[in-house]
Design a binder for this molecule. Structure first.
Ligand code: NAD
Length: 253
């Protein structure tokens, strides 16, 4: 692992690590990322329309396509991988300040992580955009399977959407505030499997760096934050993250 010797030596002393994960941590579980070489948007740039709130509200066909894409999402059949497990292990060992994820797939929780800040929401629930009612996603998808193209809210008849943050939607302020605090209060910040191109999530890296915490980036491709990182690790996350967790825990691998 290409890490400066001083940082390598300091890893066993990291007691309050904040981690930001992105789609790249779940590719080994069979869920494609958006912007990697096999990413959903790399292969079909028009797919981004399904994740834009203006198009979603304006066009019933976008909503019908979005529900079908949720129903067919690989996350329903995916299992957490070694990298998700490594983060759950760090939390169990009391070494994590926070786990912030941009992912909507719920795999961190399935791997055993208890405290996850889902900064972009979750696909496991639907939310009514009018009254805010939350419904388990499988209940809405059952209505889609039964022939409804765009199931309205069972309470108020409003438009429902996956409880994820689309482009043009605000983040939940409480989750964002907790994420910023966790970035400011950590002694090591790890950015894992993210292109660091979606704001404000990406600039959490700066919140940490500006307060003196070293930033480590584990990602196959370059990111806009590589220049301020104390270390950039390019290998496959399924190997690099478990190894890093072992170094923190003082276990040999
Ligand atoms: P992104 O697609 O922009 O970037 C993913 C990065 O991970 C890429 O730079 C890629 O090179 C790297 N990567 C992929 N697999 C890797 C591996 N095995 N080892 C090392 N690096 C690997 O993803 P993002 O930065 O998270 O932003 C995308 C947005 O899309 C997020 O907001 C997220 O909510 C959403 N998204 C979520 C999921 C999910 O929940 N699993 C999947 C796709 C997109």
């Amino acid at each position: 692992m290409d890490v400066p010797p001083a940082l390598l030596a300091a890893l066993p002393d990291a007691r309050s690590i904040t981690v930001l994960t992105g789609a790249g941590i779940s590719t080994d579980s069979g869920i494609p990322d958006f912007r990697g070489p096999q990413g959903v948007w790399t292969r079909d740039p028009a797919a981004a329309r399904l994740s834009t709130i203006g198009a979603y509200l304006a066009d019933p066909q976008v909503r019908a396509d979005a529900w079908r894409s949720r129903r067919d999402h690989p996350a329903w059949h995916a299992e957490p991988n070694a990298a998700h497990a490594a983060l759950a292990g760090l939390e169990r060992a009391g070494r994590l300040r926070a786990l912030i994820t941009q992912n909507i797939d719920g795999l961190h929780q399935r791997a055993g992580s208890a405290a996850v800040l889902e900064i972009h929401g979750t696909m496991r629930e639907a939310e009514c955009l009018a009254c805010g009612l939350r419904t388990p996603m499988p209940e809405v998808l059952a209505r889609v399977d039964a022939g409804e193209q765009d199931p309205p809210c069972p309470e108020c008849g409003g438009i429902q959407k996956s409880a994820t943050i689309s482009f043009g939607q605000p983040l939940r302020q409480d989750v964002l505030d907790a994420s910023i605090t966790a970035a400011r209060e950590c002694d090591l910040f790890l950015a894992v499997g993210t292109s660091l191109t979606v704001e404000p999530a990406a600039s959490l890296c700066l919140e940490a760096v500006e307060r003196g915490a070293p930033l480590m980036i584990l990602n196959a491709e370059p990111t806009p934050y590589d220049a301020v990182a104390a270390a950039v690790v390019r290998g496959p996350i399924g190997e690099t993250l478990p190894r890093l967790a072992d170094l923190v825990l003082g276990a040999a691998r």
